[in-house]
Each structure stands twice: as C-alpha cells, then as structure tokens.
Design a protein around this ligand. Structure first.
Ligand code: HEC
Length: 249
C-alpha cells in the first residue's frame, strides 16, 4: 500500500514538473532541463538545437526593415520599432526561436527607458536584436551603430507616405535620448509632444534599423570589420564622447 502511494506521488510530481517546465518556463528552459535532467528527455533534439544561442540569422532587406521600423514607431515607439524591424522579418524568414520571442516586451525602451531620456530607445532595441542574433559580435555591431548614431545628421529616411513633414536634420553628438531629441527639437523649433517630433523619431528608427542591418548582412557574409574602439578603454571609464556638453572646461 505504501509503495502504491509512493509510486502515485512520484508520478504526480513528474507530471507537475514536466508541465511546469514545458508550459510555465517555455521551450528554452525545457531545452536546458533536458541537459540537467540527464536521461530524462523532455523535448526532442531538434527543439533543443533550435534554442542554441545566438539565434540563426538570415540576411534582411534594408528597405523592408526601414518600412517596419517607421510604421512600428507609430504603434509602440522607438525601442519596439527597431527591435521589431529586425525580429519580425526573422520570425518570417527563420521561424523559431524568433516566433516565441514577445517583441512587445522591448517597448519599455521608449523615451530613453520609459521617458528617462537615457539611451535612445532605437539603440536599446538594436542591442536586444543584435544580442539575440549575433551574441558577442552583436556588442561590436551595437558599438559601431551607437558611434554612427552620434556622428550622423539624422533623420535620413523619407517614407513613401510621410505622416508629417519635417524640415531639419541634426547631429546628436550623444547617444542619450534627452540630448539627441533635444538638439533636433531646438533646430526644428518644436516641442516634444508634436507630430513633427514623432515623425523625426519614427524616421530615425528606420535609419538606425537600416544601418544595423547593413552591418549584420556584412557580418553574415564574413565581411564585417568593427570600426569603433572601446569607449570604456578610451576614457578609462564608461563614458560618452561629448564631455563638454555636461562638464564645463
Ligand atoms: C551626459 C553628461 C556627461 C557627459 C557627456 C560626461 N560626463 Fe563626466 N560626469 C557627469 C556628471 C553629472 C558627473 C558627476 C559629477 C559630480 O557629481 O561632481 C560626472 C563625473 C565625471 C568624473 C568624476 C568626477 C570628477 O570630476 O573627477 C570624471 C573624471 C568625468 N565625469 C569625466 C568625463 C569625461 C572625460 C567625459 C567625456 C569622455 C565625460 N565625463 C562625459 C556628466 C557627464
């Protein structure tokens, strides 16, 4: 009798933990559990292979990426715009594990992290995407994208059907949302909550996503060579380059 109860308890436990792993924690955790649980096979080998990090990349069409970034800015803002511009086409071209990634979870990056004006959300979105796609190489790509962002007159992208006309481009000299958008607003002569500022950020999202995809495509061909050095090593601390924007001489 005791044996019977014990056996039943063990069966129940096995059921619960299996369900917990598969439904609660999702496929990635199940893949990991397959290794830790040794002989206990919870997922097929194919499934486990699919979760290998970084995830597979297929070269993307920059024009399509630009369109998604621009349109998706108007849905969930900058961070989602750039992350989705890369990850949606990969969901279509590659499928799993991209299809299981809830891209909407990147939304928080808007306004330099929920409006705190820190890292421009377009760059946060790129960091999330390049992290999934290229692992440590993704950091080099992000580093180059941030440098380019600070040095380039933006926005460049002109949508087929612009939602609003804007007149100015500006060089941010900084990866910070506050400084970048502030410089452009001053030049354009508009406030933050205006159709023009929204249009600027939507177009800029397209630019950042396109530049990233150009680097990722080169990387996929084995032709990517990082250009920008380490910020922390250059300045002996993590830093931006626009020292005198904040420090008086
Ligand atoms: C976005 C604004 C900003 C930028 C850009 C910036 N800093 Fe700072 N930095 C600060 C602030 C704010 C502090 C804290 C100062 C304090 O509390 O006295 C600080 C602190 C420092 C400190 C430590 C305090 C001290 O005076 O010893 C050093 C050194 C420094 N920054 C150097 C730099 C250098 C070099 C650069 C450019 C490579 C740079 N900073 C860019 C805002 C900035």
């Amino acid at each position: 009798m005791v044996e019977k109860i014990l056996k039943k308890m063990m069966q129940e436990e096995a059921k619960v933990s299996r369900r917990g792993l598969l439904i609660g924690a999702g496929k990635v955790a199940a893949g990991a559990a397959m290794i830790t649980a040794g002989g206990l096979t919870l997922v097929s080998e194919t499934e486990a292979r699919e979760t290998k990090y970084p995830w597979p990349y297929k070269k993307l069409d920059p024009e399509k990426v630009a369109r998604i970034a621009y349109e998706n800015w108007y849905k969930e803002y900058c961070c989602y715009a750039t992350a989705s511009a890369i990850l949606i086409p990969l969901q279509e071209a590659v499928g799993e594990p991209y299809t299981s990634f809830p891209i909407i979870s990147t939304r928080w990056g808007h306004g330099g992290a929920v409006g705190w004006g820190t890292l421009c959300g377009t760059l946060t979105g790129i960091g999330i995407a390049t992290g999934l796609v290229a692992g440590k190489d993704g950091e080099k790509i992000l580093n180059d994208v941030i440098y380019w962002y600070t040095q380039t007159q933006l926005p460049i992208y002109t949508p087929g059907q612009p939602k609003t006309k804007i007149r100015n481009v500006s060089k941010s000299n900084s990866p910070l949302c506050h400084i970048s958008v502030g410089r452009w607003m001053k030049k354009e002569g508009v406030q933050f909550f205006t159709p023009q500022r929204k249009e600027r950020c939507a177009r800029l999202s397209a630019d950042v996503a396109v530049y990233t995809v150009e680097l990722l495509n080169a990387w996929a061909d084995g032709k990517y060579v990082p250009v920008h050095g380490s910020q922390a090593k250059t300045h002996n601390r993590p830093a931006q380059n626009n020292c005198v924007d904040c420090h008086s001489r």
